[in-house]
Write a protein that binds this ligand. Structure first.
Ligand SMILES: [Zn+2]
Ligand SMILES: [Zn+2]
Length: 131
């Protein structure tokens, strides 16, 4: 059983079993919704996920609904009955163990920010650099 929550804890969830798939998404809609350059997702059957609390719903395109915490703003879920019938996508970084579901693939790379591919080559600091 995997568990997760928004930053303030008003919305909590449990997911049982294995995800259908997991991915890092580079699309502009995910970017606009989360404020992050790319987002990790784990798709589960809807009936494998129990949600406590009331997320706010936002229809981000014709068939897509995004769900987030109205108190702290954490993005949590995505549903799309056309693309993912009977399933719910979970932002995998909101898991209590965010390492639990590593992504298997990159999707929507056609919309990726041009600098994302070069990120791994940038200088790295364990914390903020001095001075
Ligand atoms: Zn919250
Ligand atoms: Zn996306």
């Amino acid at each position: 059983m995997l568990t997760g929550k928004c930053q303030c804890g008003a919305i909590r969830y449990e997911a049982s079993g294995d995800p259908i798939y997991s991915a890092v998404c580079h699309c502009a809609d995910c970017r606009a919704s989360t404020g992050a350059p790319l987002t990790g997702w784990a798709l589960f059957p809807q009936d494998a996920v129990k949600i406590e609390g009331q997320p706010v719903l936002y229809k981000s395109s014709e068939h897509a609904t995004r769900q987030f915490c109205g108190t702290c703003g954490t993005s949590l879920f995505y549903t799309n009955p056309v693309a993912f019938a009977g399933a719910i996508d979970i932002l995998s970084a909101t898991l209590d163990d965010p390492t639990a579901i590593p992504p298997q693939v990159h999707v929507q790379v056609a919309e990726a920010l041009p600098w994302v591919a070069a990120m791994d080559g940038l200088p790295k600091f364990d914390r903020y650099p001095e001075g």
